[in-house]
Design a protein around this ligand. Structure first.
Ligand code: NIG
Ligand code: FE
Length: 425
């Protein structure tokens, strides 16, 4: 049979069988098959079961074979919140933070997002692309097969469009799927700051020029706003997200990260695909998210990197019934990591999620937040064969070995896109 692959030898195959998204107790259901196997045809899963069941299928005999050697296999991670395209690190801010400066203090002194904006505007397309390519291959090396990517370090027409077009170009040249989000409302750029007329003009540029153009060129599926002190107010956020909706861009929102603004409940009202961060949410926000179909995406890498002890209340969100997802928030200012396994470790030790809950949050629930749970995020017949394989005996060891990359192989649509390097010792 053309293009068919028989994958065997998964000591634990985490299928996440069943419908997504997952809430409450269903978040712990991994659908594990011991000595699991998959038959993959043309990049999609044709059959899933035990080795004996799959090997007995007539199509299996002519398929190419891949033996996972008793390792643990699960759906590839879906990293549903990244700021992929930026020109450089902000390592210079790292020491300021360690010495006690807050994220907002650094931003006020010309650091922060505006620092990255300056660097991006000055960078060539090649520099941006090279950096993103390196990151994409690292994402794959940690078991991630799909990422969301936000613009937001351009904050002028040409630079924002340049970032979104880069998403498209990168998606075409390498195997990971890139889901594009417009974040022109990251902060108000310097040239519009200082007066309320200036801010209004910038918002008009977003709602009347950029959003319609992006929609026409199909450069993004989602529209995001950083709603916080020092960024956009709740009222401005509503105006921008509604403009996005009118042009077919589904809302997502950076909500309640540094201060509580009411952005999470606004996101719910607007039917946002996801509200992200949520460190400062209160009980009424938890209740609103729990009742809604909006994902609650937690980004523990930020709090870890910023050295803040204010992680989002994941346990309460799960217990109330919210659709909890996890993501890296890969960005140069608050979460310079591409490692979903590290995010799982933080979710377990800091958010008190179980390893099973963390895996579900990082796969099927994250896929749901990108409107892709019909295609990715679990290993069921008809879905894409996106897999991460780990060099562990038990899935719980993935978060347990924190800061250690135990990813052994990553498969995207049936194609091996990462295999662990052989060391010489
Ligand atoms: O998700 N909070 C706003 N945006 C990013 C930070 C971006 C930056 O500092 O460059 C975040 O944490
Ligand atoms: Fe972010």
């Amino acid at each position: 049979m053309a293009n068919s692959l028989l994958i065997t030898g998964a000591s634990q195959l985490l299928t996440l069988k069943g419908r997504g998204p997952r809430r409450g107790a269903a978040l712990a259901n991994l659908g594990i098959i011991k000595d699991g196997a998959l038959l993959v045809c043309d990049g999609k899963i044709a059959a899933v079961g035990t080795r004996a069941q799959i090997e007995a299928l007539p199509e299996a005999s002519s398929a190419e074979r891949l033996d996972l050697g008793g390792r643990v296999a699960l759906p590839g991670f879906v990293d549903s919140h990244t700021h992929l395209i930026h020109a450089a690190s902000r390592a210079e801010e790292y020491e300021l933070k360690i010495a006690g400066a807050s994220y907002e203090e650094i931003s006020r002194k010309g650091g922060g997002i505006l620092n990255s904006v300056k660097k991006l505007r000055a960078a060539t397309g090649d520099v941006l692309k090279q950096r993103a390519r390196r990151a994409l291959s690292q994402f794959a090396a940690y078991g991630t097969t799909t990422i969301e990517a936000k613009s937001g370090y351009g904050l002028e027409v040409a630079s924002e469009l340049r970032i979104l077009r880069l998403h498209k170009e990168l998606a075409a040249e390498q195997p990971l799927e890139i889901v594009s989000t417009f974040l022109g409302a990251h902060v108000v750029p310097v040239e519009y700051r200082g007066t309320s007329a200036g801010v209004k003009t910038y918002i008009a540029l977003l709602t009347e020029t950029l959003i319609p153009d992006i929609s026409k060129e199909r450069l993004a599926e989602f529209c995001d706003v950083f709603c916080d002190r020092g960024a956009f107010t709740r009222g401005q956020t509503k105006q921008i997200l509604e403009a996005g909706k009118r042009h077919g861009l589904t809302p997502r929102v950076h909500a309640e990260q540094l201060t509580r603004t009411g952005a999470a409940q606004l996101g719910v009202k607007l039917g946002a695909a996801s509200c992200d961060h949520l460190e400062q949410i209160n009980p009424s926000d938890i209740a609103a998210l729990a009742k809604s179909r909006t994902a609650a995406t937690i980004l523990p890498g930020c709090d870890f990197y910023l050295g803040l002890n204010h992680y989002a209340p994941a346990r309460k969100l799960i217990d109330a019934g919210a659709i909890v997802a996890l993501a890296t928030d890969y960005n140069p200012g608050t979460s310079p990591t591409v490692s979903m396994p590290m995010i799982l470790s933080l979710a377990c030790s800091q958010l008190r999620m179980t390893p099973a809950e963390a895996i579900v949050a990082a796969t099927i629930n994250a896929a749901y937040s990108l409107r892709r749970d019909q295609h990715i995020g679990s290993l069921g017949v008809g879905k894409f064969a996106d897999l991460a394989v780990f060099e562990v005996a038990d899935y719980r060891e993935i978060p347990y070995y924190f800061g250690v990359n135990t990813c052994w192989m990553t498969i995207k649509r049936g194609v091996v896109v990462y295999a662990a390097n052989k060391t010489t010792i």
